[in-house]
Design a protein around this ligand. Structure first.
Ligand code: SF4
Ligand code: SF4
Length: 258
């Protein structure tokens, strides 16, 4: 993994990141597409401590910590295709669960790793900005982390194709006009190139300070998940093959569209 100037080294909080990196990454895109850059303030993480207002409305501190989570997550499937079993979960304290900034102090933490790019993460399904986990109980934000973090497996290059071709290749028929998890229909004639949106792996983007913690294609409103079992998905905004652990500069929190 490439290691560079980290998010927390280059900015003390998300607002700082928004002002500096977001503009650098996307100002050209806005001009090209009419994109308003609405990933800025809207994608600000909401969990930053134990304050009541950081939890979803009506959720107690105990529920936030230990669950139960809303019904939609109870036996849901994670980004790595594992199914949650509510009877086989660990407590947050047992896995040194923490927010990203605190995780950076943990010697077991690898820069850039967070729940949003963990195989065990279940992204937000009810619009409250929090998801869940197939291994850990309670409410989970994409910018959290714990000691049993599991890297998402990298998809293999499909047969008959080279790695270089993935960026511009026509995606399989079932993805061409599919709808994303945020409900946007893909238009194959109106897509950004990987280069235009600085597509890269989420772990690298966060480690290098290009993205704030908590963002990956897996919790982006534009992502179209794998439907043919090859572990590649697609995107309603970007051409070519897209993996769940990727990230790009037009990332939009799926919560915004739920
Ligand atoms: S880092 Fe830990 S809490 Fe977060 S999704 Fe992975 S296993 Fe769950
Ligand atoms: S490529 Fe960009 S817009 Fe598409 S799903 Fe990934 S982060 Fe979202």
């Amino acid at each position: 993994m490439m290691e560079g100037k980290s998010w927390a080294d280059s900015a003390s909080n998300y607002d700082m990141w928004s002002r500096r990196n977001y503009l650098v990454a996307t100002v050209g895109l806005a001009a090209l597409s009419g994109c308003t850059g609405d990933t800025d303030d809207e994608s600000e993480p909401t969990e930053s401590g134990d304050d009541d207002e950081e939890r979803p409305e009506g959720v107690t501190a105990d529920e936030f910590e230990r669950g139960p989570v809303p019904e939609v997550y109870v036996s849901a499937t994670s980004l790595g295709n594992e199914q949650r079993n509510p009877d086989e979960l660990r407590t947050k304290s047992a896995v040194s669960f923490s927010e990203y900034e605190e995780a950076r102090e943990n010697e077991g933490h690898t820069p850039g790793t967070c729940c949003a790019n963990c195989a065990d993460y279940i992204p937000d399904k009810n619009g409250d900005e929090f998801g869940a986990c197939v291994e850990v109980e309670g409410y989970i934000d994409g910018a959290d982390w714990c000691t049993i973090y599991e890297e998402l497996p990298e998809p293999e290059v499909p047969e008959g194709m080279s790695e270089e071709e993935l960026a511009t290749a026509e995606v399989p028929e079932e993805y061409r006009t599919a709808s994303s998890i945020g409900g946007e229909e893909r238009d194959p004639d109106d897509l950004f190139s990987h280069e235009e949106v600085n597509l890269m792996e989420s772990v690298d983007a966060i480690a290098e300070g290009v993205a704030p913690p908590g963002q990956s294609c897996g919790n982006c409103a534009e992502f179209i998940p794998d439907t043919n079992g090859d572990m590649w998905g697609a995107c309603a905004k970007v051409e070519g093959f897209i993996a769940v652990e990727d990230w790009c500069a037009v990332w939009e929190h799926v919560s915004e569209e739920l």
